[in-house]
Ligand binder design. Structure first.
Ligand code: CTP
Length: 213
């Protein structure tokens, strides 16, 4: 299969040297890319900046912002069988980024943010309206939830028209191990308890390939 996997936390620039981001390290997305490669699949990895070594054998596409990640997903989506959005895409970006470095002032500073495009939702909509050009066979999303984890994740599965949602709690960010709750459209929840991301990544890839069979 041809996998398109996104990883890392996007950077939303305030000025040329400052940005808003999140605590994602990219570990899960990179582990998924490695697991897919090890299982003999083709992988394009769209990655926001991380400190991780790129998986050997993957086509690497480096991006920074949510807008750049959206453009890259649009470019590669038609050539994949499965999109896995493991990236922590910023939901908001500065409405008026400064072209030159902001100078410090005595007064308070208020930043205006505007929503970014929900890439996964966009991809799901493409599939729903039957746009074959932008429609991978399978779409997998992640959900980071600190409350009502399964209920919220299941809503995202439905609303974003996904085949699989993988929910975890904020403690998973940056950690080597995490507890995952996985739901596919027509099966009950599967829970993977505090497993190494490398181990759960291999299991996720097996579950995804089984969906296609
Ligand atoms: N996602 C995306 N584009 C965005 C934001 C998120 O494609 N602009 C994807 C993420 O990669 C993840 C999934 O959507 O696979 C869920 O992201 P999450 O932030 O947990 O959910 P949201 O839908 O943004 O909802 P909320 O933040 O309100 O919980």
């Amino acid at each position: 299969m041809r996998f398109l996997i996104t990883a890392g936390g996007t950077r939303e620039y305030i000025d040329p040297v400052r940005f808003i981001s999140n605590a994602s390290t990219g570990k899960m997305g990179y582990a998924l890319a490695r697991a897919a490669l090890q299982a003999g699949h083709e992988v394009t990895l769209i990655t926001a900046p991380t400190a991780l070594k790129p998986p050997a054998g993957a086509k690497l596409v480096r991006v920074e912002s949510a807008a750049q990640m959206f453009a890259a997903v649009k470019e590669y989506l038609a050539r994949c069988d499965c999109l896995i959005m493991a990236a922590a895409v910023a939901d908001y970006t500065p409405a008026h980024p400064a072209r030159t470095k902001l100078k410090k002032q005595a007064a308070r500073l208020t930043l205006e943010l505007k929503p970014t495009v929900d890439i996964l939702k966009w991809a799901g909509r493409q599939r729903r309206v039957g746009c074959a050009h932008h429609s991978p066979a399978l779409m997998v999303g992640f959900a980071l939830e600190d409350r009502d984890l399964r209920a919220n994740a299941e809503r995202k599965l439905r609303e974003k028209h996904l085949d699989m949602i993988i929910a975890n709690a904020p403690g998973a960010i940056g950690a080597d191990t995490s507890t995952l709750h996985i739901k596919t459209a027509d099966r009950d929840w599967v829970q993977i308890n505090s497993a190494y991301k490398t181990t759960s990544a291999a299991r996720i890839i097996r579950m995804v390939t089984a969906l296609r069979a």
